[in-house]
Design a protein around this ligand. Sequence first.
Ligand code: BES
Ligand code: ZN
Length: 458
Amino acid sequence: MKEVIEYIESNSERYISELKEFLRIPSISTDTEKAAEMQEAAEFVSSQLTLAGMSAVDIFSTNGHPIVWGERIEDPDLPTVLVYGHYDVQPVDPVELWEFNPFEPTIREGQIYARGATDDKGQMMIHFKSAEAFIERNGRLPVNLKFLIEGEEEIGSVHLEDFIRGHVDLLKTDAVLISDTAFFARGVPSICYGLRGLAYMEITVTGPKGDLHSGSFGGPVANPAFVLSQIVAPMKDEDERVTIPRFYDDVVSLTQRESDEWAALPFDEEEYKAELGVGALSGEAGYTPLEQLWARPTLEVNGLVSGFTGEGAKTVLPSTAMAKISMRLVPNQDFKKIEKLFEDYVKSVAPPSVQVEIKRMHGGKPWVASLDHPVLVTAAKAIEAGFGKRPVFQREGGSIPIVATFTELLEAPCLLMGIGLPDENAHAPNERLDLDNFFGGIRSSAFFLDQFSAATHS
Ligand code: BES
Ligand code: ZN
């Protein structure tokens, strides 16, 4: 291992310049004008996989963005690790709030700023670079290695499930390794063993066929902005519980063990509030902030538009109003069932004075793993070797829709070894990645492959 670690150290400058090259590609999956950039990012990934010694590298086209595949079967007797990641990134708006061009990676005080730095280009790349180090130093890997890198994670992994179903044998593995989550806090590495699921809906309320003078028509004609508020506001009660009937039916309650362990994590409510710039916390009554984030479902308004929002005052009764609403789900909620409950609820409360259209945007399954799996012990040791600190175990409030599918279809444990930081602005302006964590991640990845081989190979 010594030579492998030394190789990582002595190639650090080049690793950073390759990361920059990756970050320069504006691979925004929601943007239909970016098909060429998505292809370019897929090709960059495939060239990295070749550099990492993968013997079979392929780009599979789908009805959406391409999936990149790479594998190296070292020895059929060795265990296999499948690495999953995503090369797509979120849009950059509001772009005026960025300190640097989001696609011109810039390093300041040990952080690399760019869209995709932490989510997920920088994180996924740690596994390309650990594999490369083994190949360059030892001429071989300690495990059989497979890479499955998609371009649609940020839009709900729409085509990946079918791909997995169609390639179960190709994907056969002993563990799925993913770096797309964050440390508990700076200096506190973590292993994530649970993710929330997602049901994302869009509601459009339409009243009169065009905008009207709010004086000449306000009164007899329903105001869509107001009606939409009346539909949305009662979706949570004064205890911040979701009021949609049967919403909580399938929620698995939090275990005492988790509750105790989370209470022992270094979470400081005052610091949290100060960092976020909020005067007080809210959230479902009877649960701590970590419990609300990791073990309880919620409903959020992600966007709300209607009427006149420009400078000054314009008297207008808008013709339409639209809201984008997401519900984060926990085991064992089923996003399809929740989508239906949401639709039924909205239809039941919508007044006849307006028309309501409800669209299902994307969904994702929640996931939680057993804390007792031996792969977690191996991973904890690898992280300790890579970062010099034992990790804590945590869940996440965010979603990686395909993780539950991996568990179901590949029947292999998923290991979420994220190396981001909670304040690295994923999805927001000034996204960045800490470069010390990038290299700690590469070392941890190398230690994991080595120790997983030793632990599994009899
Ligand atoms: N890397 C994130 C998942 C994540 C979020 C991990 C928060 C840790 C903390 C992932 O790329 C992501 O943002 N997923 C989306 C999925 C959705 C668009 C289907 C999410 O959670 O919003
Ligand atoms: Zn991500």
